[in-house]
Ligand binder design. Sequence first.
Ligand SMILES: *[C@@H]1O[C@H](CO)[C@@H](O)[C@H](O)[C@H]1NC(C)=O
Ligand SMILES: *[C@@H]1O[C@H](CO)[C@@H](O)[C@H](O)[C@H]1NC(C)=O
Ligand SMILES: *[C@@H]1O[C@H](CO)[C@@H](O)[C@H](O)[C@H]1NC(C)=O
Ligand SMILES: *[C@@H]1O[C@H](CO)[C@@H](O)[C@H](O)[C@H]1NC(C)=O
Ligand SMILES: *[C@@H]1O[C@H](CO)[C@@H](O)[C@H](O)[C@H]1NC(C)=O
Ligand SMILES: *[C@@H]1O[C@H](CO)[C@@H](O)[C@H](O)[C@H]1NC(C)=O
Ligand SMILES: *[C@@H]1O[C@H](CO)[C@@H](O)[C@H](O)[C@H]1NC(C)=O
Length: 581
Amino acid sequence: MQELKMLWYLSFLFSLISSTSTSLDNITSIRSLRDGETLISHGGIFELGFFSPGNSKNRYVGIWYHNMSPLTVVWVANREKALNDTSGVLKLTDQGLVLLVNGTSNSTVWSSTMSGKAENPVAQLLASGNLVVKDGHNGEHFLWQSFDFLGDTLLPGTKIGWDPVTGLERTMTSWKSADDPGRGDFMFRIDPGGYPQAVLTNGTVIMVRVGPWNGQMFSGATIYLRYSKLLPSDYDFIDKELICKLQPLQRYSVIRSVVTPWGGVQLLHWSRQTSSWEILLSLPEGECDKYSHCGANSVCRVTPAPICTCLEGFAPKYPRKWKDLYWSDGCVRITPLSCSKDGFKKHSGLVLPDTSTSWHNKTMNLQECEDLCRKNCSCTAYSNLDVRAGGSGCLLWFHDLIDMRQGGQDLYIRLPMSEPDDESNKKKLVGMIIGSILFFMSMMFGLVLCLWRKKLEEPEIFWWKQWAHKREKDDMDLPMFDLSTIVYATNYFSSDNKLGEGGFGSVYKGALENGTEIAVKRLSIDSEQGLDEFKNEVQLIAKLQHRNLVKLLGCCIQQKEKLLIYELMPNRSLDTFIFGS
Ligand SMILES: *[C@@H]1O[C@H](CO)[C@@H](O)[C@H](O)[C@H]1NC(C)=O
Ligand SMILES: *[C@@H]1O[C@H](CO)[C@@H](O)[C@H](O)[C@H]1NC(C)=O
Ligand SMILES: *[C@@H]1O[C@H](CO)[C@@H](O)[C@H](O)[C@H]1NC(C)=O
Ligand SMILES: *[C@@H]1O[C@H](CO)[C@@H](O)[C@H](O)[C@H]1NC(C)=O
Ligand SMILES: *[C@@H]1O[C@H](CO)[C@@H](O)[C@H](O)[C@H]1NC(C)=O
Ligand SMILES: *[C@@H]1O[C@H](CO)[C@@H](O)[C@H](O)[C@H]1NC(C)=O
Ligand SMILES: *[C@@H]1O[C@H](CO)[C@@H](O)[C@H](O)[C@H]1NC(C)=O
C-alpha cells in the first residue's frame, strides 16, 4: 500500500516536471523541435508539434488546441508535403523556420518565407495561436507569422482579405479530407473586384456569396444577423481587409470558423459541458444560399413558394423553363429602359446583389447616389453602402442584378417611368377599371373574374367580388393568362410587335404557344389622361366588342401589368381594332 502511494506520488511529481519541461513556447537557432516534442502557448490554449490527421499515418507540423479531444488542428505548416516518418525536425535559421527530413539540410519539406534575415531569431507560439518569427532584439515586429498564411481555420484575431500594405491575400482553404490537410477545392475569401464581398468558392465557381460589407456585417449573412446578439462586434472591415474580431464571450470563450472539406463554412464554439464543438452558424443553409440560384433580376425567398420571383418590371427569360422550376436563366426587363425618363423603385428587405462589378463611394449620400445613377444610362440600381447612422455612402450597379435574397437592406432599382413607383397611380387605375365596368359589363366580365380569382384585397372592389361570384358559374371559361406567357408571346413587348397606341394603352401583336395569333392591349398606367378621353376609349372598345370584331380571349393582372388579350383578326384593318374608326 505504502509502495503504491509512493508510486502515485512519484508519478505525480514526474508529471509536474514533465509538464513544466514541455511548456516551452519558443524555438531558437540552438533549440529545434523534433517529432514528439511540442510547444505550448502562454495560457495553455494552443500546442504546436507533429501530428497525424484522422486515419492517416503521415506526419505534419501543426497547431492544435492543447488538452482537447478530439484533436482539433487549426493550422498546418507542410500541408502539401507530408512526412512519411517521425524523422522530421523543425529548425530555426536566420532565414526563418525550416522543416527538414532527418535533420539534413538538403531535404527541406517546408519553410517559412521571410523578406529579410534575422540576427537573433526566435520563433514563438503566441497565446492567440499565432506562430511568429521575430528578431530577438525587436520583439513587436514579426518577420513572419502563421496568421498571414491561413489554413482552413479563422481564429479570433486573424484577418482575411487583402493586406493594403503588402498586397498579400489571406484566404481560408479547406482540407482535401479529414485525413489530408492538403489544399481542397473550397475557399473562403474576400472577392476584391468592385465593392468587396465575402464568397465561398468551389474551384473558380462561386458557391455562396456572403454579400457585401454594410458597416455592421456582411449584408448577405442573414444567418449572422440571427447571431449578432450572441457575437459582439465580430468583424472590422477596412477597405479590402477583414479583421476577424471574434471577441469571445464568456459562453463562447473558445471559438473558430472553418471551411469544411465538403464545401461549407462553419462557426463553432467549444462547449465545456458536452466537451465537444457546437456549430453556431453553418453555410450554405438552404436553397437561397446557393449563388445566383434564381438567376438575374430575381429574388430568392425561402417562403412562400415559389422560391424565385422576378423583380417588378421583369419577367422570366424562358417562361416555360421557369414554370418547370428551372430558375437559373433568371428574368429580363419587360420594357426597355428609356434612360432620361427612368425612375427608381425601392425594394426593401433584400440582400444586396453581387457587387463584383459595382462602383462605390464612401462619402456620398443617398440623394447624390440617385443623381449619379440617373445620369449614367447603364446604371441599373443604387443603394447605401453603410447602414449605420441612417445610412451613408453609395453603391452603384451597372449590369443585371445577381443573387438577391431576403435580407435587411434597401435597393433602388431603375425602371421605366411607365412602371412608376406610385401608389396613387395604382388607385387611379383601379378607379379606371371600376369606371369601365359601369359602362361595359360584357367586356369587363373578364377583368372582374380575373380580379376575383386573384382575390385582390382592395376594399373598393369588394362588391365586385360578390357580383362576380354570381356570374362566375356562367363565365368561368374566360382564361387568366400568366404574365410570362404574354411576355413570351409578344417577344417581351418588343417594338416590332407593337401595332399601335390607343388612348389608354398600347396594342401588341403576338402568338401563343398553340399558334393562336393574339392582340394584347396593355392598359397604360400612365394616368395622365382625363376621364372623358378614358370614356371615349372604353366606348370604342365596347363598340368593337358589340360588333364582334374581336373576341376577348382572356386577361392578365400581374405585377403592375393589366392586360386584355384578344384574338387577332388578320383580315380586319388593324386600325379598326386599335382606333375603332
Ligand atoms: C523561450 O522560452 C523559454 C522557456 O519558457 C524562456 O525562458 C525564454 O525567455 C524564451 N525565449 C524568448 C526569446 O522568448
Ligand atoms: C513520402 O512518400 C511519398 C510517396 O512515397 C513521396 O512522394 C514523398 O516525397 C515522401 N515525403 C517525404 C518528405 O519524403
Ligand atoms: C533518415 O535517416 C535514416 C538513417 O539515418 C534512413 O534510414 C532513412 O531512410 C532516412 N529517411 C529519409 C526520409 O531520408
Ligand atoms: C544531401 O547532401 C548530402 C551531402 O551533402 C548528399 O550526400 C546527399 O546525396 C544529398 N541528398 C539529396 C537528396 O540531395
Ligand atoms: C465542386 O465542383 C466539382 C467540379 O465542378 C463538382 O463535381 C462538385 O460537386 C462541387 N462540389 C460542391 C459541394 O458543390
Ligand atoms: C466621393 O464623393 C465625394 C462627394 O461627391 C467626392 O468628393 C469624392 O471625390 C468621391 N470619391 C471618389 C473616390 O470618387
Ligand atoms: C457609366 O458607368 C460606367 C461604369 O462605371 C462607365 O464605364 C461609363 O463610362 C459611365 N457612362 C457615363 C456616361 O458616365
